[in-house]
Write a protein that binds this ligand. Structure first.
Ligand code: WTA
Length: 646
């Protein structure tokens, strides 16, 4: 199923790019042979308060620890804002495009400085101190970036929770990191529809007694309930403080943020990133991967609730003094021209989106795209899931008019920044392949026994050594960090992804090899959906797997066993979908629910998901070994009653 097309680097692109093929080869070699020298040099892209003398202190084996630049000190907001003021105070830092196409706003670096300083003082005034956790539950509005940067200014650790998560999910994340301060807005706005963020936050905080204050941005002006003493209006607080807030001196290894992400077991874990290494890596990858040049307009369509929004809407671009576009809306509102119109309206040069968005717009044909110019575009990017070659070709030919290289960037919440990707001036592209490793990244492919596989091969993707942007621990649970990432293949970071390496050394990510599914580029643990389903009073047991879905990449397929005496009705099916939405959030809604009188289990009672995945994918002929099943009849029933994708 390999697509053999190859898109070599165009000479005119190589001629002006930050990195051409020769430079890539030279720099890559140095980065893996002499990481201290390489990163010691690259670290200088930031302004340090106290320069580092140590570069790398890493152990992936026993006593797992990761430290970079650890005797240096710096402040992230000073690097993203203050240091640009002298040269680009009046340049637009954030270009806000609202859900409503009539709403947009440009925020200069000088204005950003004022807002962030004030908000930092608001946090201080209300008792937030260095090292405290602040939970941010905001829509895609500039205040989300102000909030992140204000935390970094005073050394507080932010934890952003995506606005699509339910009150319960929000509560769990507040409680897990013992956060005393929450920032939200009255409502969010997406595709013309209101999202009741404050009401959700109220429900969450009812179960999180540690929360002392909820700061509320007035965004839509919708009615909200108010708890006097606890709730604070953002606009009132901002007026009550000074616009001067000196940035706090932070150690390179002080925590910067926590971001919860799904794993194969248990509740989402708090991925912890720290200050110096993360920012060096976010800034460097943003500049080199997108070949970002001074003065360009850069647009990443992610949400700040995901890691892509952290590294490539806020931290990377702002550290580089870029103009970064923040879009509140969705690709299809008011209609399917929206992305392309925004590109023309703001003369976007670099555009970074997800395959699921491309596939949904591709469905509409070329017509809408061709109504727009897109002449400003220079580089296109893709992230979040494997991009199928058909979508790649459409993105390249229709959106980019066969002019713009595509960077298919593979990375994870845990990696902090992009690890495998083309560099536009250095690495030719093959549709569907994330291509080659970024500087300092040493991918290794291993078999299930952990043997390293050489040359053209397929297996589990691990990374042999550390890079500055990687996570440092699971917040509050270092043992879980070691177990999850360093125990399957001892001494290596295990990504949870499978991959193929072709004869040219190009990497093709084949998807997760664990019980994590990727729905429209959103990570979801099957265990989370299962535990939501079994929490329903009528459900006895549930097993959830991913299955191929045309638009979403993967859909959520749930096998549900009801309690004795419960009737499997269409009504109950709908009720269960609504239940999961309420428990976790809309992104976790099952696409298909199959009633399962029994689940295929081994004699020791373990559910055989491998078989459930095959049935969901309609691959009944290749079920594999079923001899260990306690009751083979269960499988026949499941196959006979498989749900069809509507
Ligand atoms: C998948 C998102 C193929 C992968 C930045 C990974 C990709 C998971 C790509 C991380 C890509 C991300 N090609 N697969 N270009 N980018 N993935 O933590 O399975 O939300 O492990 O980070 O998304 O998802 P996360």
């Amino acid at each position: 199923m390999t697509d053999n097309s190859f898109f070599p680097v165009k000479p005119e692109i190589a001629a002006t790019a930050h990195v051409n093929a020769d430079a890539y080869a030279r720099m890559y070699e140095q980065s893996v042979k002499d990481p201290e020298g390489f990163w010691g040099e690259q670290g200088k892209r930031l302004d340090w308060i106290k320069p580092y003398s140590k570069v790398k202190d890493v152990n992936f084996h026993d006593d797992v620890h990761i430290r970079w630049f650890h005797d240096g000190t710096l402040n992230v907001s000073a690097n993203c804002i203050d240091r640009h003021l002298a040269t680009r105070g009046d340049q637009t830092a954030i270009l806000f495009e609202g859900d409503d196409p009539g709403v947009s706003k440009a925020i200069t670096y000088r204005e950003l400085h004022e807002k962030v300083s004030r908000l930092a003082n608001v946090l201080k005034k209300n008792g937030v101190k260095k090292g405290d956790r602040v939970t941010i539950y905001l829509p895609m509005i500039p205040e989300a970036a102000y909030a992140m940067l204000a935390c970094t200014r005073i050394g507080a650790i932010h934890s952003i929770v995506f606005g699509g998560f339910s009150p319960d999910s929000l509560k769990d994340r507040i409680v897990d990191c013992d956060s005393h301060f929450v920032i939200t807005s009255d409502e969010g706005l997406r595709g013309g529809r209101k999202v009741p963020l404050k009401a959700n936050a109220d429900k969450a905080v009812a179960g999180a007694p540690m929360v002392k204050h909820v700061l509320v941005v007035k965004h839509t002006g919708g009615d909200v309930a108010w708890t006097a003493g606890r709730d604070l209006w953002y606009h009132e607080e901002m007026e009550s403080v000074s616009a001067d807030c000196p940035p706090e001196e932070m150690s390179a290894e002080d925590p910067l943020f926590i971001l919860y992400t799904s794993g194969s077991t248990g509740k989402p874990k708090g991925v912890l990133h720290t200050t110096g290494g993360y920012l060096v890596y976010a800034s460097m990858t943003h500049q080199y991967v997108f070949d970002y040049k001074d003065g360009e307009v850069y647009w990443c369509t992610a949400d700040v609730g995901w890691v892509t929004g952290h590294s490539y809407i806020v931290y990377g671009p702002l550290a580089n003094g870029a103009t970064t576009l923040m879009f509140e809306g969705i690709p299809t509102y008011p209609d399917v021209l929206r992305f392309w119109q925004v590109i023309d309206k703001h003369k976007v040069n670099i555009f970074y989106t997800a395959p699921t968005a491309i596939r949904s717009l591709m469905r509409e044909g070329e017509g809408p795209v061709k109504k727009t110019s897109r002449a400003s575009l220079r580089v296109l990017g893709s992230v979040g899931e494997p991009i199928n070659p058909e979508a790649w070709m459409w993105y390249y030919n229709v959106v980019g008019d066969a002019r713009c290289p595509i960077v298919d960037t593979w990375w994870q919440t845990e990696t902090g920044g992009i690890l495998i990707t083309p560099l536009v001036g250095a690495i030719g592209q093959k549709p569907g392949s994330a291509t080659k490793p970024f500087f300092g990244v040493q991918p290794v492919v291993v078999d299930n026994e952990g043997q390293i596989l050489e040359g053209e091969t397929e297996g589990n993707l691990c990374i042999a050594d550390a890079w500055p942007g990687m996570m440092r621990t699971v917040y509050g649970d270092h043992e879980r960090f070691v177990q999850t990432y360093f125990s399957t293949f001892p001494g290596k970071y295990f990504t949870g992804d499978g991959c193929r390496r072709d004869a040219d050394g190009y990497y093709w990510i084949t998807g997760r090899v664990d019980d994590v599914i990727n729905v429209s580029g959103h990570r979801m643990g099957t265990a989370e959906v299962e535990s939501a389903l079994v929490a329903h009073p009528k459900v006895a047991e549930a097993a959830v797997v991913g299955y191929p879905h045309d638009l979403k990449g993967q859909g959520i397929y749930a096998y549900v066993t009801l309690n004795a005496g419960e009737a499997p009705t269409e009504e109950l099916r709908k009720e269960l979908v609504a239940w999961v939405r309420k428990e976790i959030g809309p992104i976790a809604s099952p696409d298909l629910i199959q009633w399962a009188p029994g689940l295929p289990k081994t004699r020791s009672g373990k559910i055989m998901r491998r078989i459930l995945r095959k049935i969901a994918a309609n691959e009944h002929d290749s079920l594999g070994d079923t001899s260990t099943l306690a009751d083979p009849g269960v499988v026949t029933d499941l196959i006979d009653n498989r749900m069809n994708n509507a």
